[in-house]
Ligand binder design. Sequence first.
Ligand code: ATP
Length: 243
Amino acid sequence: MTPEPNTPVLRFLDLHKSFDGRCLFRIPELSIHPGTCLLLKGRNGAGKSTLMKILAGLEAPDGGLVESGGERRPWHAARQLCRSQAIYVHQQPYLFDRSVEANVAYGLEQAGWPRRRIRATVGEALEWAGLSHLAGRNARTLSGGEKQRVTLTRARVLQPRLLLLDEPTASMDQAARDQTQALVRRLRDEGMGILISSHELQEMTPLADLILTLEEGRLRQEDDTPRRIRAVPLQPAMATALA
Ligand SMILES: Nc1ncnc2c1ncn2[C@@H]1O[C@H](COP(=O)(O)OP(=O)(O)OP(=O)(O)O)[C@@H](O)[C@H]1O
């Protein structure tokens, strides 16, 4: 079923996290909608990675609510839901010491898919990403840009509704950044909700429906947000991510 574009995939309310008694952030509301891309800025240590891991259900906040499908639950009760809907992609994604094909197939194998279906899905996905010629190569021998494309392809076959990308173009040359950006754009256009933390603002801004800054524990919307006019108009809830 195609998701209703005006309904957020997940909506987080009063999400807060402290370390050692210091408040890292408190976020009144953050909604991520299908087919939209949010760009998350913030200085080193502002809490971007921690926030993304919480959104993906990988790390626990001190408190917060998650709304999905009209139902609102405490984060802890919604953790599995977050995990099933979102994939967090680390700055330096871990790739197995196996072929590209095996890396992309891994999640599907874990999910118990039949072998023939896995082969067909992985083949289609590698073609989608322009990686078919590297299918048999050991993934660890690839360039940084190629590795990131394998990681995005590995995420795509699992069909998450949210993709959380932590510095996806760090330490890449221009060509690799362009290729990564092109794949992210296609994922967004296929309907995925995407949150990217990035210092490469020049590169990623054209993709962004909304630019957010995490600063001193607060999430605010940048004045220079591009506000690209899309088929799916921005909803007030999105723009209020951020008191
Ligand atoms: N498990 C932990 N225990 C204590 N402090 C932590 C823990 N995890 C993260 N922190 C601290 O929380 C702060 C935010 O870290 P985080 O990695 O989320 O920031 P970031 O914005 O992603 O930074 P960068 O841009 O450098 O990746 C840092 O000061 C970090 O040291």
